[in-house]
Design a binder for this molecule. Sequence first.
Ligand code: EPU
Length: 427
Amino acid sequence: MDAIRVRGGKPLKGTVRISGAKNAALPILCATLLSDGASRLRNVPDLRDITTTAALLRFLGRQVDVAAPIVTVAEGSDVRPEAPYELVKQMRASVLVLGPLVARFGRAKVSLPGGCAIGARPIDQHLKGLEAMGCKITLEQGYVVAEGPNGGGRLKAAEVYFDIPTVTGTENLMMAASLAKGRTTLINCAREPEVEELARILNKMGAEVDGAGTDVMHVTGVDRGKLSPFDHAIIPDRIEAGTYMVAGAMHEGGEVLLQGAELGDMEPLVAKLRAAGVDVESEGQNVRVARRKPLRPLQITTAPHPGFPTDMQAQILVLMCCAKGESVITETIFENRFMHVPELQRMGAKIALRGNTAVVEGVDRLYGASVMATDLRASASLVIAGLASSDETEVRRVYHIDRGYEHIEEKFRGLGADIERVKGAES
Ligand code: EPU
């Protein structure tokens, strides 16, 4: 397994181009199942989750050509509406084929994803919504089998209330509702920018989706076979952008220009960075982040959008390790998303965990160490911690990072970081 070796201690300076959003590209790739013909996605990041999704779509019978940043998906000869465990276990977002498959082909068999490092992550809300739309759902040997009404018929519109806002749950039901008969109402929806991006695609394809970005959405479906393929450039990745913003703020004197980032989607993070004393300014299509003074501590609670994103919690926690005073960071989305804390403690961070809250006492410096990545965002936080320490850090099991950060070493090197990948390092 590869590792990333970082020798930190100096401020990052320079320009970094922000890639297309992984969490927008994944549901949009799955939306290609809703139509015949060839769809073309532009600004797709070169990531393992994208190649895993491409492999899944091929398994389902599609023709997929990945030449990042362009991916084309066309219909193949036969459709096999089944997502196998081997692919779903590599990437939980594979569950996003469930809604499109059952809506388009009347049947889907998708492996249950199981738990993962950050929490149990059930899909009950996805299934509840599909049932309300007339699906018969059964569980067979670890697989969810969904069948349209009367043995594979067209789904019917329904009113679905989500007990909690779920991003992929909202996306699955938006896609299913696009081919259902009538107007579906989704209540207590996720409001993430990636949900809005999927709505743009479904509208381009010919469905009618209103209210994306609010907590109530209406989706009017069209007949099977009536949605059109599309050509679309994916929005910038707000979490990748946020990660480089935090990295740029780790040292006084750091100044990073993020090319193609959109501040509008990052308000919760930007507000907290400014409260910590970091300068963040929009410059046309770019965003400039500069750290000119010591960091102030923060109180942060993660929440569904437009709250502070759980996908930035690990990174901001590392930043707070270098603030003067005590920060309090509470995680409310996933029950086990502090796996980076014991690794950071090995680097000299002073963090006390009390249930779902981390109390962080800023320290003068972090020390290099060998640390282990446990999930995608935790891995990024350990790389950032390595950049803050003045000696060498080796982050192991970086396959997590390759799922969600495009060319991370090159991008950091472009900002002046001393960072390299060590092929086949010990796990
Ligand atoms: N939940 C349920 N039942 C459900 C669905 C979700 O109880 O049926 C719970 C989850 O266990 C969690 C909360 O609801 O406690 C929110 O989970 P959500 O469903 O919104 O998460 P997700 O859709 O599985 C997406 C992102 C994650 C991101 C979360 C939260 C994609 C592909 N993944 O996951 O991204 O952390 O939303 O914003 O969009 C990442 O990129 O590193 C990542 C983990």
